[in-house]
Design a protein around this ligand. Structure first.
Ligand SMILES: [Zn+2]
Length: 369
């Protein structure tokens, strides 16, 4: 029943201050002028898709449609040392030098505005606070509603709207300070979590499981054969999917690949890079709200089986404001103890009902007359 379990939702308005505009100057030498020229010549208004409205829509929806058992709170910004567990100091110094400025950082759509550095520190800090809340037993699960997102950010580079890799900063904090030796990171965003993969590529203490729309879809990585290297070989698990894959394929990926992988790995903590862009309203893939509920239920089972239930979600992408808000709401309902639906391919239930309805019309059975 919804309300049976405690869920902490971490949110801070500071993260609304990251608000890049399209007509920003590029950081010199980082971006080909060609890209800007192409954009300028095209006759349509392009706005920065990763905008503050993403987070405020979720918050408004949750305020109007509260989920019993959910409590809102916020954490302090991440410190330089906490970020330096997964990013190089050279990269961090470059990013902090942009504090208060407006600039494009990269050719693949990452930019900053005057409030962006504070927002990014708050995003990583709230992911850390969510992990602390759960590991210390103050809530059974947590969801960090954060932006800018993180899973494309490399140790040395901002990419794909991401500045700091929030989920990785949280995982590294759990290992360094909270006694969690092995951390499972599940990434179900429609895009491959290339940054998270790179950070833990050779690390056998972080198992990275990622379902995504297959390359050449952005960022073009996440092939089946990318399994980690050195001591970390086998601890990166990619499941590339065709762009129309939906609920049934997702459930199968989670049951047939994630569950046995987690049984082998025995995590102390489960983190989820939760993007809502695999919803059928959004970029690619075809998940429904029931699909999000089912895969939430599976990661919840995995956490209960191996990690004493310790489960923390960190928001990644999701650009359709309706499916983003309803997707988060669906996940929170399951985390709070709500029912998990049974999945069938879209339309199968309706066809079964229609078949029952029409059956008698084509029967000579006198009972049906
Ligand atoms: Zn995404």
């Amino acid at each position: 029943m919804i309300g049976e379990r405690t869920v902490a939702v971490f949110y801070d308005e500071v993260m609304l201050r990251h608000n890049p505009e399209v007509n920003l100057p590029f950081v010199p030498n980082r971006v080909e002028k060609r890209v800007r020229n192409i954009l300028e010549k095209m006759d349509f208004k392009w706005s920065y898709p990763e905008h503050p409205g993403r987070l405020s829509s979720i918050k408004d929806f949750l305020d109007k449609n509260p989920v019993s058992g959910v409590q809102f709170m916020s954490g302090p910004p991440a410190t330089y040392d906490q970020l330096a567990r997964v990013h190089t100091t050279g990269y961090l110094d470059d990013i902090f030098a942009l504090d208060g400025k407006r600039a494009w950082l990269d050719q693949d759509t990452t930019a900053v505005s005057p409030g962006s550095i504070d927002a990014a520190m708050s995003a990583a800090g709230n992911a850390i606070a969510a992990v602390e809340q759960v590991v210390k037993g103050a809530s059974q699960s947590a969801f960090a509603l954060v932006r800018p997102p993180g899973h494309h950010a490399d140790p040395v580079r901002a990419r794909g709207f991401c500045l700091f890799n929030n989920v990785s900063v949280a995982a590294a904090h759990a290992q360094a300070k909270l006694g969690c030796k092995r951390v499972l990171i599940v990434d179900w965003d429609v895009h491959h979590g290339n940054g998270t993969q790179n950070i833990f590529w050779a690390d056998p203490d972080v198992l990275f499981f990622d379902t995504h729309c297959a390359a050449p879809f952005y960022p073009g990585s996440g092939y089946l054969e990318e399994v980690g290297a050195g001591l970390g070989e086998g601890y990166t698990v990619n499941v590339p999917l065709p762009e129309t894959a939906g609920d049934v394929a997702f459930e199968m990926a989670f049951r047939d690949i994630l569950v046995p992988a987690a049984e082998y790995f025995e995590p102390d903590l489960v983190l989820v890079s939760a993007g809502f862009d695999p919803h059928h309203n959004d970029m690619a893939l075809n998940l429904s709200y029931d699909g999000f509920k089912v895969i939430t239920g599976i990661v919840q089972e995995v956490a209960e089986q191996h990690a004493d239930g310790k489960l923390v979600f960190v928001l990644e992408g999701g650009y359709n404001l309706t499916s983003l808000s309803l997707g988060v709401h669906s996940v929170l309902q399951v985390l709070a103890g709500g029912d998990i639906p049974e999945l069938a391919e879209c339309g199968v239930k309706e066809v079964a009902t229609a078949a029952d309805f029409h059956r008698s019309a084509f029967s000579d059975d006198s009972d049906n007359i």
